[in-house]
Every structure is written in C-alpha cells, then in structure tokens.
Design a protein around this ligand. Sequence first.
Ligand code: HEM
Ligand SMILES: *[C@@H]1O[C@H](CO)[C@@H](O)[C@H](O)[C@H]1NC(C)=O
Ligand SMILES: CC(=O)N[C@H]1CO[C@H](CO)[C@@H](O)[C@@H]1O
Ligand SMILES: CC(=O)N[C@H]1CO[C@H](CO)[C@@H](O)[C@@H]1O
Length: 312
Amino acid sequence: MMMSSSAALVLALGLILVNFTGHCHGALQVGFYRGKCRLLVDVESVVATVVKAKFIMDPTITPALLRMQFHDCFVNVSPLTNLINCTTICSFMNKLKGTLCNVMISKGCDASILLDGRASEKTAPPNLSVRGYDVIDAAKAALESICPGVVSCADIIAMATRDAVSLSGGGRYNVETGRKDGFVSLATNVNLPGPDIPLAQSVATFAKKGLNATDMVYLLARDNAVNLDQDPASSLRVDNSFFKQIMMRRGILQIDQDLATNSLTKATVAKIATGNDFNAKFGEAMVKMGRVQVLTGNQGEIRKSCRAVNKR
Ligand code: HEM
Ligand SMILES: *[C@@H]1O[C@H](CO)[C@@H](O)[C@H](O)[C@H]1NC(C)=O
Ligand SMILES: CC(=O)N[C@H]1CO[C@H](CO)[C@@H](O)[C@@H]1O
Ligand SMILES: CC(=O)N[C@H]1CO[C@H](CO)[C@@H](O)[C@@H]1O
C-alpha cells in the first residue's frame, strides 16, 4: 500500500523534529570498539600510535585537532534549511536506498568537517585554517587495513584529539565512542560564533548544544596555543595558565578578555586560575562536547574514506 505524499511528509517532519529535540547520545560509551576490531585489536591504541608519530614531528597537532573537533561538533543547520534540503535531498536518497530523512542532515560530531567537496564545510571561512586532516586520514587508513568498516571517522577525531591533548601534557581523559559518520557537509551549515560576538551570545550558542557556561569556559582554554603564553614549554599545553593570563588582562581575542570580566563567566575563570583540577574538568568538557548531536546506532554510516561518503 502506498502512503499518501502528505502523510509521508508529516512522517518525515516528525522524524526531523524528534531528531532536533532529542539529545540522542545513549549509544555512546567508553570502549565502544572493545572486541569489535578482530576481537583483540585495541582500536584506541592504533589511533594513539598514529597520533604520537605525528606529534613527535609537529606538536602543534594538538591545537589543530582540538579546533577540528570543535568545528566538527558545532556545525548547525537552521530548521528551514533542513526542511527544504531534507525534502529535496532525501526524496532522491529514498529512491536509492530508503534512507530516512533524519540521517541525511549534517549535525554535530559526525565528521562532516572531513568531507572534501567544493561546497563542503571545509570551505566555509571559519574552517579555512582548520588543520590535521592528514592525521585523521592516517589513522583511518591504519584501521581500515586491520578491520575495514568498523571505526567511524567521527570517533577517530575524538580519539585523536584526546591523544594529542594527553601527549602535550594536558591530562588524559576517557573518550566515549560509538559515533557514526554523517552524509552531508555544506559550507552554509557552518554556524560558529565569531571572535567578536558578545559573550552572552557565545554562551547561548553553547547552550543550544547542551554545553553550559562553565563547560564553555573550560573549552576556551585552548588559546594558550594562540601565543599569549610567555612560557614556551607550556604554550602548546592545554592548562589553566590561559585563565591566569586573562585575569591579568592579557587576552588576545575580545571573547577571551570578556571571559574574565563578564558576570556570566568571571567566577569560573577565577576558580580555574587558582584551582588545580583543570585537566580533569577540561576532559569532562571535551567529552560533553563530543556528545553534541551525534549520529549513533542505525544512523549515519562508517565511511571507508573520511574524505567522502560511501558510494551506494
Ligand atoms: C566562542 C567560541 C570560539 C571562538 C569565537 C573561537 C575563535 C577562534 C579564532 C578567531 C581562532 C584563530 C583562528 C586562526 O588562527 O585562523 C581560534 C583558534 C583556535 N581555536 Fe577557537 N574559538 C572558539 C571556540 C573554540 C573551542 C571550543 C575550541 C576547542 C575546544 C577551540 C579551539 C581552538 C584552537 C585549538 C585554536 C588554535 C588552532 C591552531 O593553532 O591551529 N576554539 N579560535
Ligand atoms: C555545567 O555542567 C557541568 C558538567 O556537566 C556541571 O558539573 C555544572 O554544574 C554545570 N554548571 C552550571 C552552572 O550549570
Ligand atoms: C533553504 C536553503 O537554505 N536551502 C539550501 C539547501 O541546500 C542547498 C545546497 O545544496 C543550498 O544552496 C540551499 O540554500
Ligand atoms: C576551500 C579551501 O581552501 N578549503 C581548505 C580547508 O582546509 C583544508 C585543510 O587545511 C584545505 O585542504 C582546504 O583546501
């Protein structure tokens, strides 16, 4: 029996709405790949080996990967863009494979930033300086040669970033895995806060992703890398010295300086600057960021190459 097209549309819209409102990270877990890659292969240590080799050559891989994960997770799609593109793109895809609309949408941490293509997220102005694609490709190639089709590119980003942070002395946190890769990457989807937006707006952007002001403050610690730290040894390490610096009014970006003065964040900044649990808290915030609008279970796919969606 054929569903009327309006019933199908209602169903599709329903699925989209469910997907928008649902914070669906139930399937993420620490050690998701245990026993899934030839039973005994430790997927996380395969990634770690590749990242370490890169780190020895170029320790700036740490800020690069941090930034990559942030940009991947913060892709956003306006509801309107979604509806129109969903109905057009998906009606085409449905004919091919019966893929549901909701898995077609580029959302959060789904490795959409890795997709090549003329109009992909990589080409969006804020992404032009994102680096580190080669490490992800190398880790993917290593894993595909051992257990093809098992480990998602989205998880490789999360694991590699964790390893790089840890190698640079920023403390080691447990990553959650179990993400699937998305199908869509459109530069028009990139909706990152700019460096000059008011702090309150930045807090609101993070809140939409399920991250509160405290999480945001921890995540913004990265800017040690952007050369305000006088101590070369710690300049690539993610630690609390950034917060000490901005309390001394030595922030470079406006948003960094605002963190130390705005009432929404200044208490947190002071607490971090004087505290000694930065590493653990930063790790928690990274794990939380890694949950943003992930695809799990039957959603998405495991890409063969991180740069392209699989051919059907
Ligand atoms: C309100 C939010 C944010 C704003 C406005 C912002 C803005 C910026 C800007 C303007 C740069 C310099 C870009 C360039 O050199 O071309 C930068 C670099 C960077 N950002 Fe962000 N950012 C934000 C959030 C984040 C978050 C949440 C993370 C990571 C968790 C992050 C990680 C980085 C890193 C590591 C760099 C240095 C990249 C490198 O050295 O290759 N940023 N950011
Ligand atoms: C923000 O989230 C963190 C971690 O989920 C939590 O520990 C903290 O209490 C929250 N802070 C606020 C201000 O809600
Ligand atoms: C309404 C809207 O923004 N639609 C977008 C759908 O996707 C195409 C690219 O494939 C954009 O050009 C449209 O703007
Ligand atoms: C359009 C464009 O130049 N995109 C770039 C985005 O970043 C990657 C990685 O640095 C480049 O390879 C792309 O060329």
